[in-house]
Every structure is written in structure tokens, then in C-alpha cells.
Design a protein around this ligand. Structure first.
Ligand code: ATP
Ligand code: MG
Length: 561
């Protein structure tokens, strides 16, 4: 486990209570072994992060182990690109599985052997119903199902047909292997569920060895048992599958019978968390890719400038519960801001520039002024920023006819230029349409650093950039990808896309130190928000910065009321 993750007191929850009880009773010989079991059919998202932090976190806190297991039972939808991204993302979040990275496909031989065992025990049969027919036989929540006409085949016949399925003698969809349980069970999952289906598709690990693939429910419990998992944590939608999980393990000659425990999945406001839907956003080109900074994927959040630490903190704060709910996106943003406040370098960037001329400043003079990198952290040191006669400030930091209590620049009043001097606006120059194009000021050379010796106070402090030193960049300003808290509101989430989820700013002027920005650098653009360098899209001639989150915290305000 990554050393960087400090052990802290995580509040207890019902899962930890179960484990505590098990340990007290010396169940599982006092061992705790969990697993994180993603299907490699998409990138991981913030919901998976909850499950990752839970599984790896519990293993760590109980001195146990957590495996990474790819649940790769559907070759038609899975891909090696997803496998690689999952490995990268779990590592990035700060977790490690030592040499315990497994694939359900590692167990295909064993799973097949167990299926033959079930047939021999009279607990499984080959069924010739197609998907449509099977649905009709299945019944409904209020009506029992009907037994398949193939249910009473002899063991020998079943063994022969299953072998043929395996050898590729049948086409996709023509036959399945089904468990023989109870077509009248009130639980639909127990109505002779399918164990194997024919899929003649190459698998990214087993190639063309198999043309039958085991179903999730069958595979998962056996994989857990083989790996010696003690507590198999999954989301609530699997609650009704638990009897089946237990049924398989009860019928089979397995050594260990793990306990499945369900918890509520994470739902997040303004966000969809389903790989199928996220894939749709990618395929329909509503976002650029899985790592688009508007995506709730780990890769997208990372590129947006979210830190692993803030995501872990978020997972701790939301906790785990047994009932579904939706978490306010502002809580995630709060966690990000809290971390970035400690580590982001404060820099000056003018997003909507207007020119300021300091009339009493020498034409060619340049002064390199000291600027602290982060007042929250003295160890971050300081850097020099250039000051000269011509500067940019924000257009909305100036008003010719201000309302009361306007403390930014206005004619005749002094303001502070951050790290620099007090300046006072003397006049403005306008174009033929009466728009201000230039602001003329004088400065007070005795206020170097932004402080006056005579105790004279100013209320406003503005950020600024020297025009001849400023650099250009592309700033990508993001907003929620969806217009409403619940993207599914009024039907389809695709009808709820926010057309302004990305706004590009190319007119911004940046202080020259930002030319050295690197992948993984976090910044606070003073008074404007947190940004990060986008290494993927930046080029020598076009630096790209992503806005991570604004400075204003709506979470603690909301929750103080
Ligand atoms: P999706 O619904 O996004 O397609 P999934 O459940 O099909 O997700 P898996 O790859 O099977 O994706 O998930 C791996 C693990 O992550 C599972 O144990 C699953 O329960 C958990 N998980 C998935 N989504 C969430 C979520 N929103 N909150 C918490 N855990 C989740
Ligand atoms: Mg799944």
C-alpha cells in the first residue's frame, strides 16, 4: 500500500461492523481479504473510486489484502485499452495490489470443470430456448415461470451437448447452460439462470480458445472463492443476486465461501455514472474522449486538476451506507479546493485584459519583484515577476463611474497592484464608440512590494501582468456537463447537455513563469480559480490550461445554514 496515504480514523460503518464481528469470532481465521472487480469495458469513474477506496481502505486498516481482478467475461465489450487505463487509475489513486492482479479469465478452466460437476450432479442442463423464448418462460415478478422443455435431459445428453457448445458446434444464441434451481422462485435470479452462453468472439486474453463464456453471477462467486476473498463488497443492485452467489458456492466442492455484502452506489449531482452512458458521450463526440476534463472518469478528473488525495478525502467523507442517495457535486469540489489551497502555486493571469500605462514609470525600466508562491506553505518559496510601464489588468477591475463600495480601480483612488505598488488612475482613453481602451495611472515608488511606509491603506488589490512579458495561452473553462442536478430529468440524459460546458478563452495574458508549467502542476490564478496545465493538448506554441474549480465554496456555506 502506498506510504503516502496516511492512516486516519475513518468513521465506522456497517461493513466495518460486520468485519469487526467476524474478527471477534475468528471467522476466516481472522483474515480480511477484499477485491476490486472492474469489468474492462470502459474507464473507471468517481463511483468506482468510492469502491476502490472502500475495498483497498478496509484491507489496509485491517492489515489485510485487496486484489485487483478484471471481471472479463464478455469479450464483445472488453478491451485492453480499458485494462491499461484501470491499472493506471487505481495506482494513481494511491493503491497497490502487489502481485495480486487477476483476471476472471484465469479461471475459465476451473469454471468449466465446475459446470461439468453441476451437470453431473443434476444441477445444470443445456437449454435450446433462444433469448426471446427464454424471456417468455421466465415469468414476471407476480407470476411464476415455466420450466424449459429441455430441463429434464439426462446427464449424459447434457454432458455431450455442453461439450459441443464448447467445441463450437453451435451458433451464438442457440444453446445455453442453465442452473436447475426453481422456476417458481419469487426471486427472478433463481429461475434457472444461465451459466454459460455461446459467444464466438476473440477474447483479449484467451484468444479463440473459448466460444462459450461464463455469466457474471456464476463467475464472480467462484473467483472470489478461488482467491480466498473473505468479504465481497458490491453495490446494492446485487442484493437480489446474493442467493444465487450462495447457491453456486453451496453446490460446488469449493473450499471457501466468501460473504457478499452490498452497499449503496455513489450517485453524484450533474453527473452520469454508468460506463454505458459515458461511452455514449465519447462515441457521440459530446466530449473529446474518456479523459475529457468534463468527464467524471478518474482520467478526466485527473486531467481537470483533481488530486488523488482530494478524491480519497471525498470517499471518506461520503462514507458507505445501505440506502441510495445523491451526493452534492459541491462536496467533491470542496474537497478539491481544500487540497489545492495547500499545494497550488499562486500566479497572476488576466483573463479579460485592458491596458494600463503607468505615466510616471520610466520607459524601458523593468523591475523583478518578489512574489510568494503560496502563502499557505512557506516551503514553496517565491519567484520574481517583471513589472514595467505597460500592464494588463482585468477589464472588470476598472469602473469609471463606480457604485458605492467599489474598491477596485476607479479614477482618483489608489489601489494596490499585488506584489508591486500602489497606483492611482488619472485618466482614460476611449475609442470612437466610447469604449475604454487604455487606463493611465501614476504609481508611488515608495510602496514597493505593495505596502506603504506611512500606514496609508488601500482597500483593493488587483492582479496584473506586464504587457511585454505576458504570454498567451488557451484557457479551457468548464462548467457542469449537464444542465440539471439529475441529468435523467425529463427522459434522456443526452437532452440535458449544457452547451456551455466548455468555453475557450484565448485572450488571457499570463505571467511569464507559466511558460515553465509542466504536467501535474497545480495553480491558483489569483482571484480567478484553480487551474492546471494540460500536458496532453499543449504544444510549444499553444499552451493549454484547464480550469479545475472556482475559488468560491458553495458547500460549506450551504451546510452552515
Ligand atoms: P457501471 O454501472 O458504471 O457500468 P459497473 O458496476 O458495471 O458500473 P464494474 O466494472 O462492474 O462497473 O464495477 C466494478 C466495481 O465498482 C463493482 O464492485 C461495482 O459495484 C463498483 N461500482 C460501480 N459503480 C459504482 C458507483 N457508482 N458507486 C460505487 N461503486 C460502484
Ligand atoms: Mg458490472
Amino acid at each position: 500500500m502506498n506510504k503516502e496515504i496516511e492512516k486516519k480514523d475513518v468513521p465506522s460503518n456497517f461493513i466495518r461492523n460486520i468485519i469487526d464481528e467476524d474478527l471477534k469470532n475468528n471467522k476466516n481465521n481472522g483474515e480480511v481479504h477484499t477485491r476490486f472487480p472492474p469489468e474492462p469495458n470502459g474507464y473507471l469513474h468517481i463511483g468506482h473510486a468510492k469502491s476502490i477506496c472502500l475495498n483497498f481502505g478496509i484491507a489496509k486498516d485491517y492489515n489485510g489484502m485487496c486484489n485487483l481482478r478484471f471481471d472479463d467475461t464478455n469479450p464483445a465489450k472488453e478491451d485492453i485499452e480499458y485494462v491499461d487505463s484501470i491499472i493506471e487509475d487505481v495506482h494513481w489513486l494511491g493503491f497497490d495490489w502487489d502481485d495480486r492482479m487477476f483476471y476472471a479469465s484465469n479461471y475459465y478452466d476451473k469454471l468449466y470443470e465446475y459446470a461439468v460437476y453441476l451437470i453431473k450432479e443434476g444441477k445444470a442442463f443445456v437449454c435450446d430456448l433462444n433469448a426471446e423464448e427464454m424471456r417468455k418462460y421466465r415469468g414476471t415478478l407476480t407470476e411464476p415461470g415455466k420450466e424449459s422443455p429441455y430441463r429434464n435431459r439426462t446427464v449424459d445428453e447434457n454432458l455431450e451437448l455442453f461439450e459441443k457448445m464448447k467445441n463450437g458446434d453451435f451458433e451464438d444464441g442457440t444453446h445455453t447452460l442453465r442452473a436447475k434451481i426453481d422456476m417458481a422462485s419469487p426471486n427472478l435470479n433463481m429461475r434457472d439462470p444461465v451459466i454459460y452462453r455461446i459467444i464466438k468472439t476473440e477474447h483479449h486474453r484467451t484468444g479463440n480458445k473459448w466460444c462459450i463464456y461464463p455469466m457474471y453471477d456464476y463467475t464472480h462467486c467462484i473467483s472470489d472463492s478461488i482467491e480466498g476473498i473473505t468479504h465481497s463488497l458490491c453495490t446494492l443492485e446485487f442484493e437480489d443476486h446474493r442467493p444465487l452467489y450462495d447457491w453456486f458456492l453451496d453446490q460446488l466442492p469449493v473450499k471457501r465461501h466468501p460473504q457478499q455484502i452490498e452497499f449503496a452506489r455513489l450517485n453524484l449531482g450533474y453527473t452520469v455514472l454508468s460506463k454505458r452512458k459515458l461511452l455514449e458521450l465519447v462515441e457521440k463526440k459530446i466530449v473529446t474522449d474518456w479523459d475529457d476534463p468534463r468527464m467524471p472518469t478518474i482520467a478526466g478528473l485527473r486531467r481537470r486538476g483533481y488530486t488523488a488525495k482530494s478524491i480519497r478525502e471525498f470517499a471518506d467523507r461520503i462514507g458507505v451506507a445501505k440506502a441510495d442517495s445523491t451526493v452534492d457535486l459541491a462536496l467533491l469540489e470542496y474537497c478539491v479546493r481544500e487540497d489545492l489551497n495547500k499545494i497550488a502555486k499562486r500566479v497572476m493571469v488576466v483573463l479579460d485584459p485592458i491596458k494600463v500605462i503607468i505615466d510616471n514609470y520610466p520607459e524601458d525600466k523593468v523591475e523583478w519583484l518578489e512574489a510568494v508562491n503560496n502563502p499557505e506553505n512557506e516551503d514553496d518559496g517565491s519567484r520574481k515577476i517583471p513589472f514595467s510601464k505597460e500592464l494588463y489588468i482585468e477589464r472588470d477591475d476598472f469602473m469609471e463611474n463606480p457604485p458605492r463600495k467599489y474598491f477596485r480601480m476607479t479614477p482618483g483612488k489608489e489601489v494596490r497592484l499585488k506584489h508591486a505598488f500602489y497606483v492611482k488612475c488619472e485618466s482614460v482613453i476611449k475609442d470612437e464608440n466610447d469604449n475604454i481602451v487604455e487606463i493611465h495611472c501614476t504609481y508611488d515608488p515608495t510602496t514597493k512590494g505593495g505596502w506603504s511606509d506611512d500606514g496609508r491603506k488601500v482597500k483593493g488589490t488587483l492582479h496584473w501582468v506586464s504587457t511585454k512579458h505576458a504570454i498567451d495561452a488557451e484557457l479551457r473553462l468548464y462548467d457542469h456537463l449537464f444542465l440539471s442536478q439529475n441529468p435523467e430529468e425529463n427522459g434522456n440524459f443526452l437532452d440535458n447537455i449544457n452547451p456551455e460546458s466548455l468555453v475557450i478563452n484565448r485572450k488571457a495574458k499570463l505571467e511569464p513563469s507559466l511558460k515553465e508549467a509542466k504536467n501535474g502542476d497545480y495553480f491558483q490564478f489569483l482571484r480567478k480559480g484553480y487551474f492546471c496545465f494540460d500536458a496532453k493538448d499543449s504544444t510549444e506554441s499553444n499552451l493549454v490550461f484547464n480550469k479545475t474549480v472556482g475559488l468560491r465554496d458553495s458547500w460549506s456555506k450551504k451546510n452552515k445554514k
